[in-house]
Design a protein around this ligand. Structure first.
Ligand SMILES: [Zn+2]
Length: 88
């Protein structure tokens, strides 16, 4: 078992609790870190008035927004979390 496998389950359980969803889909989003790049990840917003191409976070969006401090890291974390969706 890899170290990734060791941490995957508890992280999935925690994020499920925070999002009230078993396996939410994640997106890269603009956080409130003051930069012009999308450096956060958040669950995909399913509000019909929220354009899927709009990376902003509004009142309609589910929490949490997780700050990743760079777009590169945010892309990676979102991809990692979404890859884990198919494993649940
Ligand atoms: Zn939204």
């Amino acid at each position: 078992m890899s170290i990734l496998d060791v941490y995957r389950g508890p992280a999935r359980d925690l994020l499920s609790t925070l999002t009230d969803e078993t396996a939410p889909e994640w997106r890269v989003c603009f956080s409130e870190d003051g930069t012009d790049e999308p450096t956060g990840v958040a669950p995909v917003c399913t509000d019909e008035d929220h354009d899927p191409d709009d990376g902003s976070v509004y009142d309609c969006c589910p929490e949490p927004v997780i700050e990743c401090h760079s777009m590169t890291t945010a892309d990676y974390v979102a991809a990692l979390l979404n890859a884990d969706r198919s494993r649940s």
